[in-house]
Design a protein around this ligand. Structure first.
Ligand SMILES: [Zn+2]
Length: 280
């Protein structure tokens, strides 16, 4: 009898351990909602070779937790009128391809409020929205003043975000290396916008940690050559330093995911058209 009780106790401990572990783990997907094609690398990286080119696109990311959480990292854009796009699918329609409906999205983590990352925010009416406080303050305030930098921002996105705040859905985060949701940490310091953030996610892949840089790295070319972006940056030295730091946060540099590189969609296994699962 004693033996049986002991055995059950050990079994319970094992189950507890397994549960607490898997709760903090996510399946991570990249979803391409717009495709541009080849572009000169010098438009994406300071000091790039004259003849070098990169293949660029727009993407969002989905983190699916074992506890039923569906977290979207950025929301894509709706207005494509002034783009040189070759292909576009609305982010909510893209998510439907893997059976995720707009009301399933529990959280949105905004890496920064450029129109191609925040524009689709109203497609997901139930989600809590997580954003850096200093980025929010600048976006709704100083950016529009005399010495402000509002390029890449749209007034309608400011209005939408204010409304989300009035509805009580906005969660402001302040600082670096903060676990905002179990298994998801955010980091700052790259100064793409006033205080953009990138994420480190516990994944259910054997390689474990996946870093979603979003626009803290535009394309792999930036990371591989340690070259910051030529425009849309508040501090290019900080941008380069942040890329260096990212390499210390993961065990496998292949699991650092840039914001606009189409290579992401040939590097990882495809689960549907324009959607890959990151990791293994
Ligand atoms: Zn951006």
């Amino acid at each position: 009898m004693k033996r049986t009780i002991g055995f059950i106790f050990i079994l319970q401990l094992i189950c507890l351990e397994a549960n607490s572990h898997s709760k903090d783990e996510y399946k991570v997907f990249a979803l391409r909602y717009m495709y541009y094609g080849y572009s000169p690398a010098k438009e994406w990286a300071i000091g790039a070779g004259e003849k070098d080119s990169v293949r660029v696109c727009q993407m969002i990311w989905l983190l699916q937790g074992a506890d039923g959480r569906n977290i979207l990292v950025d929301t894509g854009q709706l207005d494509t009128s002034k783009t040189r796009k070759k292909y576009y699918i609305r982010p909510d329609s893209l998510l439907e391809c893997i059976n995720v409906h707009p009301s399933d999205i529990t959280d949105i983590i905004l890496t920064h409020p450029h129109y191609d990352h925040i524009g689709g925010i109203n497609l997901f009416p139930k989600a809590k929205v997580w954003m850096q406080k200093d980025d929010f303050d600048y976006f709704v305030g100083e950016a529009w003043g005399e010495n402000g930098f509002s390029k890449g921002f749209k007034k309608n996105d400011v209005r939408n975000l204010i409304e989300i705040n009035l509805q009580g859905r906005l969660k402001l985060v302040k600082g670096d290396n903060i676990e905002i949701i179990p298994g998801i940490k955010v980091f700052i310091g790259s100064k793409h916008t006033f205080e953009n953030q990138y994420l480190l996610v516990n994944s259910n892949s054997t390689t474990n940690k996946i870093l979603i840089a979003s626009d803290a790295i535009w394309v792999y070319y930036n990371l591989e050559n340690s070259l910051p972006i030529p425009i849309y940056t508040f501090d290019s030295i900080a941008y380069a330093e942040a890329m260096k730091r990212m390499k210390t946060l993961v065990t496998d540099p292949n699991l650092i995911i840039p914001g606009h590189d189409d290579l992401v969609f040939s590097k990882f296994p495809k689960v549907a058209e324009g959607i890959v699962k990151i990791g293994n």
